[in-house]
Design a binder for this molecule. Structure first.
Ligand code: HEM
Ligand code: HEM
Ligand code: SF4
Ligand code: SF4
Length: 366
């Protein structure tokens, strides 16, 4: 059927964008949409939702990865076909959730999941759920560090907290591989962030062939890039003193890479969270300004995350998130207790912090 500009909607079978999510809902979710009473966590990884109609939904959550093989996805789909009417869902944190509409279906589903070690059940409540992370070396062009590799190393170490709910409260860990922060690390209990520490170098030989020089110059938020002629060719020069290593120029111009094995490092932040019933949203704060990025297992990063997590678990009150614990005992004592050196780079010097960070919609009835 050809496109008729006089009648654009004729015979149209799709609209722009994805299909409506309603098409993919398990029947019991669709039936009770917006009419839920409450839910509870029955055991690590297993949730029960109760609807006004009396219907119950049992959800089993398993850890997965952001990058998965087709074989593993097929294994997940087979289990969904067998137990869940072919429905399953991926969470934003790369977990997979299998839902059944009757308690009697729960144990057979769990048995099939447990038979495959690639589907560990857990990730709910007061534990460490999957790490939400960005693209890293696999997909993005500006990363200072890898994403999937570090996340795998850290989660291998923290795995027992994925399958248990043995912490004071939930601990959300996130990783972003550059300051663009696609991983929303600013609001995570523990955040792992990639950071460049050297200005870009300019490939003078090729830059005028593969880049629009005015775009590269205009891309720099600090005005560090200027036009220059090098060996008779049009190029640019970078004022290293002004550069803040943001990578904006490299996004516009592939001839200005800024990856550097020594310069690129890992920053650890902690104490962030979104708003909840107990306290207002908090931004994560830098606690370790630079750890080496050390593939393939990043031992320094793994040890730092474990240290923060264990110190928190030992010292915090029940239900207290990492940021709430830090504010109760004071950040100075957090540094002491975690045995993290405090230096000038750890001071929060964001000049607008007072006005912006204290803005919240949270209120309490008194
Ligand atoms: C009456 C409607 C609902 C309310 C008031 C509600 C409320 C909540 C609350 C307060 C949390 C905890 C957030 C936190 O720990 O910070 C939560 C978590 C969650 N909810 Fe709901 N929810 C509702 C319905 C649903 C439905 C229909 C689903 C999916 C079928 C769902 C799935 C989840 C999941 C997967 C979590 C995360 C559990 C975890 O990671 O520990 N919720 N919800
Ligand atoms: C170019 C910009 C951005 C990109 C490419 C991006 C990409 C992503 C990716 C890949 C994820 C993980 C989801 C998954 O793995 O399936 C994610 C999660 C998330 N992003 Fe973004 N994002 C961007 C900007 C933002 C911004 C500006 C915000 C908020 C201010 C934001 C908030 C979040 C949140 C809250 C999550 C979920 C975190 C969680 O589950 O705890 N993102 N984003
Ligand atoms: S955080 Fe930076 S490097 Fe990582 S995926 Fe996003 S833009 Fe790319
Ligand atoms: S990395 Fe950022 S600050 Fe440095 S030259 Fe490029 S655009 Fe400018």
């Amino acid at each position: 059927m050809g496109y008729d500009p006089k009648n654009p909607m004729k015979d149209r079978i799709t609209d722009i964008g994805p299909r409506s999510y309603e098409e993919f809902m398990p029947p019991v979710i669709k039936k009770n949409f917006g009419k839920w009473l409450y839910h509870e966590i029955l055991e690590p990884g297993v949730l029960m939702h109760k609807a006004e109609s009396g219907d119950e939904v049992y959800t089993v959550r398993v850890g997965a990865a952001r990058l998965m093989s087709i074989e593993l996805i097929r294994d997940a789909l087979k289990i969904a076909d067998k137990h869940c009417d072919g429905c399953l869902r991926w969470t934003t944190r790369n977990n997979i959730e299998f839902m059944v509409d009757n308690k009697s279906k729960l144990e057979p589903l769990k048995a099939d999941l447990k038979a495959n070690p690639m589907f560990p059940i857990g990730g709910t409540g007061a534990g460490v759920t999957n790490i939400v992370h960005t693209q890293g070396w696999v997909h993005c062009h500006t990363p200072a560090i890898d994403a999937s590799g570090i996340v795998k190393s850290v989660m291998d170490d923290l795995f027992k907290h994925f399958q248990s709910m043995d912490l004071p409260a939930q601990v959300r860990i996130a990783l972003a591989c550059c300051l663009n922060m696609c991983g929303a690390v600013h609001c995570s209990d523990i955040a792992i962030l990639g950071f460049h520490r050297k200005p870009p170098f300019v490939q003078h030989e090729v830059i005028s062939q593969i880049c629009e020089l005015p775009l590269a110059i205009a891309a720099c938020p600090t005005g560090a890039i200027k036009p220059a002629t090098v060996d008779g060719k049009k190029s640019v020069s970078v004022n290293g003193e002004r550069c803040m290593f943001c990578g904006n120029c490299y996004t516009m111009c592939p001839a200005m890479p800024l990856m550097d094995a020594e310069g690129d490092c890992v920053v650890i932040m902690m104490g962030g969270k979104i708003s909840n019933r107990i306290s207002a949203p908090k931004f994560s704060k830098v606690v370790i300004p630079a750890l080496p990025s050390n593939p393939p297992r990043w031992p320094e990063v793994v040890a730092a995350v474990r240290n923060i997590l264990e110190t928190y678990a030992k010292n915090a009150n029940k239900y207290e998130r990492i940021g709430e614990w830090a504010e109760r005992i004071g950040w100075e004592r957090v540094f002491e207790k975690c045995n993290i050196p405090f230096n000038v780079k750890t001071i929060d010097d964001y000049t607008l912090a007072y006005n912006t960070l204290r803005t919240t919609t949270q209120f309490k009835f008194s």
